[in-house]
Design a protein around this ligand. Structure first.
Ligand code: ADE
Length: 272
């Protein structure tokens, strides 16, 4: 009788373990700055459950059979850092993907995609106490994403492009995928002098130049390294961070950005 009881308890424990294993699969955090960059993804999330934290909406659900939490961060480094932190602390995400648009740096054209392998905050300056761009809490200037996730996202963007992209209204034909440095700051760059000053000030740290300039990626990178979360930022180039940037950015945002985010993320999650 006693041994039967132990046997029954063991079976119950095993059943309980396998059930909790399924329940505890960690979601992937997906974030963007502005609605046009990613609402196309939100529309595809199944079994949606909306959770509000402060004024921010997080949507839990599944996308390509993968558990995800999707949210819009808003614009700028502080908003991005708050959002990445909440994805970790409130939703326990396994990794964070940031998708959106950026101004183009060296060797990029409008319509290309940049997957960030290193990240720098171009407006962070503690001189003369520390070198320019020094991140005090990490004791470094450059933050790096793990090569495996960068490579997986690069392959996903390439598969998306293999389907054929042609957007004549924005002169986009045969775009390329790059891996490279992303620089971030709380400034929209719409002036070539400003763009070149940033390129000059970062050239010792980034001998190949930066590939994309935007307003959130390096903040997400800092949070993710500090909290030990795998991450990657994938950006489509909407403008060249020059005097046409405002117009090019708006056109790209309205016509193309959502289509790129959805196409690349779908390819990425299908191989998860
Ligand atoms: N995001 C898209 N284009 C940008 C630019 N020119 N400057 C900063 N962030 C951007």
């Amino acid at each position: 009788m006693f041994s039967r009881l132990i046997f029954l308890k063991a079976i119950l424990a095993l059943t309980y373990l396998s059930a909790s294993d399924v329940i505890e699969k960690k979601p992937i955090g997906i974030m963007s700055a502005m609605p046009q960059e990613a609402l196309s993804i939100l529309e595809k999330i199944e079994d949606q459950e909306v959770v509000c934290v402060g004024g921010k909406q997080f949507t839990r659900g599944t996308f390509e059979n993968t558990p995800v939490v999707f949210t819009l961060a808003g614009v700028g480094k502080v908003s991005a850092a708050i959002t990445a932190t909440l994805l970790h602390s409130k939703f326990g995400v396994e990794e964070i993907i940031f998708t959106g648009v950026a101004g183009g740096g060296s060797k990029t054209a409008i319509g290309d995609v940049v997957v960030g392998n290193s990240y720098l905050q171009h407006d962070l300056d503690l001189r003369p106490v520390f070198p320019q761009f020094h991140i005090f809490s990490l004791n470094t200037q450059l933050v790096h994403a793990q090569s495996e996730i960068v490579e997986n996202m690069t392959q996903a963007a390439k598969r998306f492009f293999q389907k054929g992209i042609s957007i004549p209204s924005l002169s986009i034909k045969d775009p390329s995928v790059h891996q490279g440095a992303i620089v971030s700051g709380d400034q929209f760059i719409n002036n070539l002098d400003h763009h070149e000053r940033i390129a000059l000030s970062t050239k010792d740290l980034l001998p190949n130049g930066f590939h994309a300039i935007e307003m959130e990626g390096a903040a997400v990178a800092q949070v993710c390294v500090e909290l030990n979360i795998p991450f990657v930022v994938v950006r489509s180039i909407s403008d060249k961070a020059d005097h046409h940037a405002g117009i090019n950015f708006q056109d790209f945002l309205d016509e193309v950005a959502g289509q790129y985010s959805l196409g690349i993320l779908t390819e990425y999650l299908q191989k998860k």
